[in-house]
Structure formats: C-alpha cells, structure tokens
Design a protein. Structure first.
Length: 147
C-alpha cells in the first residue's frame, strides 16, 4: 500500500508537538504510523480515570480526537490547509481499570472539505473499549492571532 501522508511521519517530531498540551498531560504517546493509520497509547491512571476507578469516557474521546486529528492533518499540505474537529461521537463498550489503552485511527473518507476517521481503542488484551467516529473540516491555514 502507498502511504497516504503528505507530511513527514517522524515519531519524535510528532510527539514533540504535544509538549505542554493536554495530550502530554494525559500521558498520550503516538507509537506508530502505518501507511494508512495512526496508533497511540494512553495510560489508565489517576489522570484518566473517573471517581469509580474506570477509564473516563472523556479521556477516551480525547485520545480518539488526538489521533484522528493528527492523521487528518498529516494528509494535508500544512502550508495551505489544516483540519479542525467538526463532530465526534463515541461508544464506550468495555470498562478498563488499569494498564494502557491503544487507539488506532484510520480514515473512512478523505475529501477536499471534510474527512471522516474511525478510531478503535482497545485494552491490553485487544478487547474493544471504545469505538469513535471523528469528522474533520478542512479549512485554509491562517496565521495565529496575536495576543
């Protein structure tokens, strides 16, 4: 298969983008980029559990959006366009109380103005924990506003 990426997929560089962000705070790490997928992990620990000791659904959604958003932007020309979140949904199908979870994001649709990504999150035994669908809007890249 021919890789779908239009940008360099150096893992150290990509993980460096996450310094001082929620991604870093929650312990997420991009671990693999294949020809058509992005994979990453997140620990199930005090940063990512809810009061009953289970993986927080919001943490799962944060992992899903982080991986899908990364993939969506890697298929674009960063000089002229970027992908931003438009909609996300998630079904939480299995509880997790410890260990890392692994998310894998794959595109279902890569269009000129929208992209749709499916993100599967699994536990250490490869049991499905959460299935998510992320819709991204492709917009022109603008310079950040001055503060």
């Amino acid at each position: 298969m021919v890789p779908i990426w239009k940008q360099s997929v150096d893992l150290d560089r990509i993980n460096g983008w996450n310094v001082n962000t929620m991604v870093e705070h929650l312990g997420m790490r991009v671990t693999e980029i294949g020809d058509d997928y992005v994979r990453g992990t997140m620990p199930v620990d005090m940063r990512t559990i809810q009061p009953f000791g289970l993986l927080h659904g919001g943490a799962s959604v944060a992992l899903a959006e982080s991986l899908g958003s990364l993939g969506a932007n890697l298929v674009l020309d960063p000089a002229s366009e970027m992908a931003v979140g438009l909609d996300i949904n998630a079904n939480h199908v299995r509880a997790v109380t410890s260990g890392p979870v692994t998310g894998t994001a794959r595109p279902l649709h890569i269009g000129r103005s929208t992209q749709v990504w499916e993100i599967r999150i699994e536990d250490g035994q490869q049991n499905l924990v959460c299935i998510s669908r992320l819709t991204m809007a492709v917009v022109p890249r603008r310079s950040p506003k001055a503060v």
